[in-house]
Design a protein around this ligand. Structure first.
Ligand code: ZN
Length: 200
C-alpha cells in the first residue's frame, strides 16, 4: 500500500470538520490500508484522514509499542464520536505528524466514552482510558479541524509560534514525505497552461 504525503500546518483541510463516511466500501478499506502504511512509515501512533488530504471521518491508531498496549493491532475508527469525557485530567507531552518538531504538554480528560464503526460496519461503544484515550482525543480533534497547540495557554502558544511559522514555510526536515502545496500549485498551473494550449 502507498505511503501518502502528510499535510502540515496550515493547510485548510486540517481546519475543516470531517465528513461522515456513509458506506464502508472496499475503497474505504484500501484507503485505510494506505493510512496504516503511512502512519507506520512515519513512526506515528495515530493518523487522521485529513492529514493525508482526505476529508472523511476516519482515523487509524497504533499504540502497540507501548507496554500496556503490546500486541494490540492497529485500530481503525470510522465516524468516531466521543460521547463523554472524565472530569479527571492528565498532562502529557504530545507531538503531531502535521506539526513536525513541535512538542508540548497538553492537559486532557483521563478517560472517554467512544463510539465508532469498524471496517466490518460494526458499531462499538467503549470506555477507554490512559494513553490510548489521549491518542484518540488527539485524532478526533483532527477530524474536528483542531490542533493540539490550541490547548496551550497564551504564553506557551506564543512560544510555539516561531516553530509553527517554520512548518508553514516548509522549513522542517522529516523522515517521512510531506505534502508540498507549492509543488501542487505549480502542477495545477502547468495543467492550466496545457488546457489553454489545447483550447487554442
Ligand atoms: Zn496530530
Amino acid at each position: 500500500m502507498a505511503v501518502l504525503p502528510i499535510y502540515t500546518y496550515d493547510h485548510p483541510i486540517l481546519r475543516e470538520p470531517a465528513t461522515p463516511v456513509k458506506d464502508i466500501t472496499g475503497e474505504v478499506a484500501a484507503f485505510v490500508e494506505s493510512m496504516i502504511t503511512t502512519m507506520h512509515n512515519a513512526d506515528g501512533i495515530g493518523l487522521a484522514a485529513n492529514q493525508v488530504g482526505d476529508s472523511r471521518a476516519i482515523t487509524t491508531i497504533d499504540v502497540s509499542e507501548l507496554e500496556e498496549c503490546a500486541g494490540l493491532p492497529p485500530m481503525v475508527l470510522i465516524n468516531p464520536v466521543i460521547t463523554a469525557f472524565s472530569e479527571d485530567t492528565v498532562e502529557y507531552e504530545e507531538g503531531c505528524l502535521s506539526l513536525p518538531t513541535l512538542r508540548d504538554k497538553v492537559v486532557r480528560p483521563k478517560s472517554i466514552q467512544l463510539r465508532f464503526y469498524d471496517l466490518q460496519q460494526h458499531e462499538h461503544s467503549l470506555e477507554i482510558d490512559g494513553f490510548l484515550a489521549r491518542v484518540i482525543q488527539h485524532e478526533v480533534d483532527h477530524l474536528r479541524g483542531k490542533y493540539f497547540f490550541e490547548y496551550l495557554n497564551p504564553v506557551r502558544r506564543a512560544m510555539a509560534h516561531p516553530t509553527l511559522r517554520r512548518i508553514q514555510l516548509g522549513q522542517v526536515a522529516t523522515s517521512y514525505p510531506l505534502y508540498d502545496p507549492r509543488k501542487h500549485v505549480a502542477h495545477k498551473q502547468s495543467l492550466k497552461k496545457l488546457a489553454h494550449k489545447r483550447g487554442k
